[in-house]
Design a protein around this ligand. Structure first.
Ligand SMILES: Nc1nc2c(c(=O)[nH]1)N[C@H]1C(S)=C(S)[C@@H](COP(=O)(O)O)O[C@H]1N2
Ligand SMILES: [Mo]
Length: 433
């Protein structure tokens, strides 16, 4: 297969635009022509600067809105690598639209286009029969499966960390939920036949870039243990919400690892490799490791003293969010308001969502929205009538099926991962005449 990746530059960002749309169009002919009849010709990258975060905790510190190929205007953290955050209001819906879905790449040179006719998914390494699967092999030789699942960056909400951690300064928008359609990863592995002595499966994406120690070329590679039950639920997805994946979200296929942080959800998945030794590449070690403590919590002092044992990050802790109202909404005293939000957990379904209108008040159960499955967003709502004018600290907390409840303390670890503290939204209630 071809490994055509050009160096990223301003010019190439623009080139991405046209090529991304072209790649999607190629897929359209093969897959879902209707979806593409409506595809807009990609617009040029536009940017405008906003004044500041105001009372909206979903705003990141950069405060720039950018429009990338196949994407709605999103909050841009960096353009090389591309890091785009989903604006808050999209989370009122349990499914995040493809064009609003957040974007995170690590390497500067990301694929501009993928020619589906020459593209192959290689399955190699410690296997009986190495495979070269075409896109149509994936469509025709396997039974399609669909699962709704949340894709969340390990560093979502990193901007909350104290002491501060350098890295993508995400607000709460480095997450999204889509219906992913594809092939059970296990079926592909079975087709190749895993040789005895294999211990991990490695996934590699198409992009290349400068490596950790300034290495001129580096790949994005992640691995999972073959005895990890999460592999039984993992999917090689070729569709996202019934449409081809946007180029920036991993066209033509990506791995879906339900319940696990997005770092394993390798985009533009093109090589699957069976390993007989543990993967020690940068993205597995030291990348994406968390302290081996119950919450993945530690302190800068303990890290400095070399006291902390680090292990690969795995499942996402339970989280919930107040999406509406935001801090800018004017609320009159005495009138009922509907508070709305979303929740999810990497350990099975969210079973309870509770709302509180002050730091010391009682928690009231909220009404759960549509159930799209254990790994999807679960929206919620509750009616609230503030009696008096003043400032209120609205809070939400979720409990999952394993009994995990969101804590009221932040977490700290050197990667800026695993944030799941109870979220609060300050609102101002005005006197009603
Ligand atoms: N090929 C490739 N896949 C990747 C990454 C990457 O840099 N390259 N980043 C991972 C991380 S850390 C995140 S948060 C998600 C982001 O997925 P999205 O861009 O579709 O939102 O992709 C994951 N898969
Ligand atoms: Mo991430």
């Amino acid at each position: 297969m071809e490994k055509e990746i050009s160096a990223t530059s301003r010019r190439n960002v623009l080139k991405t635009i046209g090529a991304g749309a072209a790649a999607a169009f190629t897929l359209g002919r093969l897959f879902q022509p209707e979806a593409f009849a409506q595809q807009e010709p990609a617009a040029a990258t536009r940017m405008r600067t906003f004044t500041g975060p105001g009372a909206n905790p979903y705003w990141n510190s950069v405060g720039k809105i950018a429009t990338f190929p196949q994407k709605a205007p999103l909050i841009m953290l960096t353009d090389r690598p591309v890091q785009l955050e989903t604006p808050r209001h999209y989370f009122l819906d349990p499914i995040t639209p493809n064009d609003a879905f957040f974007v995170r790449w690590h390497l500067e040179s990301i694929p501009n286009e993928v020619d589906l006719y020459s593209w192959r998914l290689s399955v190699e390494g410690n296997v009986n029969t190495p495979l070269q699967l075409s896109f149509s092999d994936l469509l025709r030789k396997f039974k399609p499966v669909t699962i709704a699942a949340v894709d969340q960056c390990s560093g979502n909400s990193r901007s909350r960390f104290q002491p501060r951690i350098a890295g993508g300064e995400w607000g709460n928008g480095a997450m999204g939920c889509a219906r992913w359609t594809g092939v059970h990863f296990r079926e592909i592995l079975d087709m190749a036949g895993i040789k005895s002595g294999s211990i991990q499966v490695q996934m590699e994406g198409l992009e290349r870039g400068k490596g950790p120690k300034g290495m001129p070329s580096y790949e994005f590679k992640k691995s999972l243990d073959l005895n990890n039950p999460v592999l039984d639920e993992s999917i090689v997805a070729y569709a996202m919400n019934g449409e081809p994946l946007p180029m920036l979200n991993g066209f033509p296929v990506r791995l879906i690892v339900p319940g696990y942080f997005a770092t394993y959800w390798v985009k533009c998945l093109s090589w699957v490799r069976l390993l007989d030794k543990p993967d020690e590449n940068f993205w597995m070690n030291p990348g994406y490791r968390v302290p081996d403590t119950p919450r993945g919590d530690t302190s800068p002092a303990d890290v400095k003293a070399g006291k902390v044992k680090m292990v690969p990050i795995t499942r996402m802790p339970v989280r919930s969010f107040i999406i509406s109202p935001d801090g800018d909404t004017k609320i009159p005293a005495g009138l009922p308001v509907t508070i709305r939000g979303t929740a999810f957990s990497g350990s099975g379904p969210v079973v309870k969502i509770e709302f509180n209108d002050s730091a010391h008040g009682t928690w009231r159960a909220a009404e759960l929205g549509e159930d799209l499955g254990p790994y999807a967003f679960r929206t919620w709502k509750i009616e609230w009538t503030p009696r008096r004018a003043g400032t209120y600290q609205l809070a939400v907390r979720a409990t999952d099926a394993k009994g995990n409840v969101q804590p009221d303390e932040g977490v700290w670890n050197p990667g800026g991962y695993l944030w799941n503290r109870i979220e609060r939204q300050e609102v101002t209630v005005g006197a009603a005449e």
